[in-house]
Design a protein around this ligand. Structure first.
Ligand code: TK8
Length: 334
């Protein structure tokens, strides 16, 4: 009996040395800011991520989400991460090109043909390369979440062809590639932070904006717009960024839990967004918005005429980066 007890104690000791009972988790309150609202699928992703963190950390790692730009817009929050005064942000990559120019590659018009292509590029080597550049800028990208394919909404007239963009005042993100894409279309493009878009549309300071259906729905842009055109002109990712100065003070177990759980959250968020995309479109239509699709010929024409933007921005993004993603896409499409 005594021998048995000793053996079990010995086994228990050996096991526990490697088991989570000895893992190092401290009480952490992690603030995550977002420009979008809590009913956006990012909210579902954060819930799934929290459940995963609860599991791994015994409730010690806690996410507190701030919505609707309550802690500032994408760029402002990202700068707060770099200087170590805020833990995390779910941000579009596009407003961050001033910090990491290579991210502009995701803004090139009509780059991805569908979400699967985007997932393969973002979740693979190419995404890792971008993550290295982000780390050098003081940002740890835990995972690529989804914003999605962007569509145009406006309050002036239906957009069915290239010529219909002429003179339209379109808000674009704070990003030169989007600015050029829309100027090239003949629009009067105006860079603006996301937080100002609703009221600018409402007061007619601008006519139009472009975002995925889910955002047109959850940020209530459909209340102040009349027409939507399914342009699918870009797929821009969300980045789940963590402050590198803060991340570096966390234990290896905490860091691993955050990385793993951000991927659990990502999978949930992508699932919900795919489903909500269709529902949001129905809701926008039911609210009286006229929704138009481009004819295949017109889509091809717009795409073709937009390719000048690739050459214009190649050097600034990095020729190796642009060639790298195009090679990767060619491989995926084989
Ligand atoms: C929310 C933004 C938004 C983006 C934009 O903070 O600015 O239009 O698409 O989703 O990141």
């Amino acid at each position: 009996m005594r021998k048995l007890l000793l053996t079990t104690t010995a086994i228990a000791f050996v096991c526990s040395a490697a088991a989570p009972a000895f893992a190092e988790f401290n009480e952490r309150n992690i603030r995550v800011s977002n420009g979008i609202n809590a009913d956006h699928p990012v909210g579902n992703g954060i819930k799934a991520m929290q459940a995963c963190l609860d599991d791994k950390s015994g409730g010690k790692l806690k996410l507190t989400a701030f919505w609707g730009g309550a802690l500032g817009g994408d760029l402002q929050a990202t700068q707060a991460l770099r200087s170590g005064v805020q833990e995390a942000v779910v941000t579009s990559s596009s407003p961050l090109v001033g910090i990491v120019p290579a991210l502009g590659v995701f803004d090139l018009p009509f780059l991805f043909a569908n979400a699967d292509e985007a997932y393969k590029v973002l979740d693979g080597d190419f995404g890792d390369q971008m993550n290295k550049k982000l780390e050098e800028a003081g940002l740890v990208n835990l995972a690529y979440w989804e914003n999605g394919f962007r569509n145009l909404s406006n309050s002036v007239h239906p957009v069915n062809k290239w010529e219909d963009f002429a003179g339209m005042k379109v808000r674009v993100m704070q990003n030169n590639i989007f600015l050029d894409t829309f100027q090239n279309l003949g629009a009067n493009a105006t860079p603006m932070a996301f937080g100002e878009v609703f009221s600018a549309l409402e007061t007619k300071a601008i006519d139009a904006q472009e975002n995925p259906y889910v955002t047109i729905d959850t940020s209530k842009f459909y209340e102040v717009q009349k027409y939507v055109t399914e342009t699918n002109h870009a797929y821009t990712p969300f980045l789940f960024l963590f402050s590198k100065p803060i991340f570096d003070t966390y234990s290896a177990d905490e860091q691993a839990a955050l990385r793993d759980c951000a991927m659990v959250g990502r999978d949930e968020e992508r699932k919900v967004i795919q489903d909500l995309n269709k529902k949001s479109l129905e809701k926008i239509k039911a609210a009286g918005i006229e929704v138009n699709t481009l004819s295949p010929e017109e889509q091809a024409r717009i795409r073709e005429k937009s390719m000048v933007v690739y050459d214009k921005h190649k050097a600034e993004i990095g020729a190796d980066v642009v060639d790298g993603i195009l090679a990767k896409l060619a491989e995926i499409r084989k």
